[in-house]
Design a protein. Structure first.
Length: 538
């Protein structure tokens, strides 16, 4: 049976096998399927293989998983996934949609050019931050609409989180032959076990909070197409429910990791920040290191399997082995970890804080939290909602402002504790607002910096007016708000000036130099504030 099925893709290269006009058929092979490109349509056929994490060895199972693939992918790409079709005839003379019993099944899709794959856009440098941020918001909204997994039926996080990670190592180990490769894989496995044990309570809390949902499951650059300017995820995991029912932050970590693996750390952190700004799921950051490593190992495993498949060419096996090493070394780098930092902004509305700090995300590998967005989130509003509140009213009362800064402080604690620099984008015009963040940096023993963004009063008024007219930013600052800020601000103290770097927004070359200088500043030993001595209460 296997021999006949292997010849099926070759037979389907004949244009007479199709119920529509076909001038040429191109066959693409992966480790688990064949994809037949016919011009207008693509047909995906599952290989009759059992790889442990999937079993396609019977015709019934292949039909079932074709139907699952259609169901799952229509959630994000309904325009691409059309139907499941039966293939009749014989393996030597097949006919798609023909009469008689089915010898195979295929998922019929709308074809798009291979140049449209996100990975190809990355290779050619044609992928920009705007497209990635739109994709991040799409994924965050997709996650929000999914039904949470029943925590009572999960079987525990050891089974649902740790077991799949450990399975990867078990499946890879027999395929490695050098002691160095075996030792590296063992070290990553030991780190995975320790990281899980350390954060087990958080994994369980995520289940209880409904953060585990039926996600895409395989969200990497090879499974996203750029069509008419939009990034469309396709090819969900259909063959193993355990591999798609996951913490939503694990899914976000997958694409972020893959963007970084393609050498685009700037896009990786643009994606992460847009995702978090939309979802508000900053609490999940403490689990990102675990999921970064897990996802890099998954991609390493897939490439390792391709590297040993005898049906692949020598060139394909060589490329797969190169890709394996790229992902496994990235997993090792993630496992080594990084250190956090706390960076706050200081500047009036319209000074350009958000614009200036945006390139810092990739340069520092940072997560940014914005007061304008968090204030609205607390009131159940999206980032671009307009409350029309005047100074001191509604969401902008002193009480709500204080609550917003408390929320920013909590986010900063989680992010910096997880080993990521955090940029807190707010005006920070009062010393009482700044002091807790400096104290937090001292408590966590991480670097602290103040980005003092300056602009003339005329620039401030012009920018605030123009931004309000566009309505494309989370800030609702108006001229009366700016006027009030100019009256009550507290200048930076001598102690704060030690940690401050002054900058002006709007000059791209100067912004690049600023990023480099700030990164260097955070590496200096005196960037960590001294611990504050607390009085002993008797």
């Amino acid at each position: 049976m296997i021999a006949k099925t292997i010849r099926l893709p070759e037979a389907l290269a004949d244009s007479r096998c199709y119920p529509h006009l076909v001038s040429c058929v191109t066959v693409i092979e992966t480790h688990i399927s064949w994809v037949l490109l016919t011009g207008d349509y693509a047909y995906k056929i599952k290989k009759p293989v059992n790889l442990g994490f999937l079993d396609f060895t019977t015709l019934a199972s292949r039909r079932h998983y074709c139907e699952e693939e259609l169901r799952l992918n229509r959630r994000l790409a309904p325009e691409l996934y059309l139907e499941v079709v039966a293939i009749a005839g014989t393996p030597q003379r097949p006919l798609i949609g023909g009469p008689g019993p089915a010898i195979e099944y295929a998922v019929k899709m709308k074809e798009f050019p291979q140049s449209a794959l996100l990975g190809n856009a990355l290779a050619s440098g044609k992928l920009d931050c705007s497209t990635v941020e739109k994709l991040a918001r799409k994924i965050a909204n997709f996650h929000a609409e999914l039904v949470p997994h029943d925590a009572a039926q999960s079987g525990g996080t050891r089974k649902s989180v740790l077991a799949p990670a450990c399975d990867n190592f078990e499946q890879m180990l027999p395929l490695l032959h050098t002691q160095a490769d075996i030792n590296l894989l063992g070290a990553i496995r030991n780190w995975t076990q320790l990281e899980y044990d350390t954060h087990m309570a958080y994994f369980e809390r995520r289940y209880a909070e409904g953060r585990v949902r039926e996600c895409h499951g395989d969200l990497h650059a090879g499974n996203i197409a750029l069509i008419d300017g939009a990034a469309i995820p396709f090819d969900c995991i259909e063959f193993n429910p355990a591999l798609r029912w996951m913490d939503v932050v694990s899914e976000a970590a997958f694409l972020m990791m893959d963007l970084e693996a393609h050498g685009r750390r700037d896009l990786a952190f643009a994606f992460l920040n847009a995702y978090l700004e939309t979802s508000g799921d900053y609490a999940g950051i403490r689990l990102l290191p675990f999921y970064f490593v897990y996802r890099a190992v998954v991609r390493a495993k897939i490439n390792l399997i391709r590297a040993v498949q005898t049906t692949s060419t020598v060139a394909e096996r060589g490329q797969a082995m190169t890709d394996y090493r790229r992902y496994i070394m990235l997993a090792a780098a993630y496992a080594r970890g990084s250190s956090g930092a706390i960076v706050i902004t200081h500047g009036f509305s319209g000074s350009g804080k958000t614009t200036l700090t945006r390139p810092l995300l990739g340069a520092l590998g940072a997560v940014r939290v914005r007061s304008d967005i968090e204030r609205k989130r607390h009131h159940g509003l999206n980032a671009l909602a307009w409350t029309g509140a005047a100074v001191g009213e509604s969401a902008y009362t002193d009480e709500n402002t204080a609550r917003t800064y408390e929320q920013l402080l909590e986010h900063a604690r989680v992010i910096a504790s997880a080993g990521f620099p955090v940029i807190v984008d707010a005006t920070f015009l009062r010393r009482a607002q700044r002091t807790p963040f400096q104290a937090l940096a001292a408590e966590l023993a991480v670097p602290f910096a103040i980005v003092d963004v300056i602009a003339s009063p005329a620039e401030l008024r012009a920018r605030v007016t123009a931004r309000a007219a566009r309505g494309d930013d989370a800030s609702e600052a108006t001229l009366p708000v700016l006027q009030a800020q100019l009256k009550y601000c507290d200048a930076l103290t001598d102690d704060e000036l030690h940690f401050a770097t002054q900058a002006r927004s709007g000059d791209e070359a100067a912004a690049q130099l600023f990023c480099e200088n700030l990164a260097q500043r955070l590496r200096q030993t005196d960037a960590v504030p001294p611990a504050v001595e607390r009085p002993i209460r008797k």
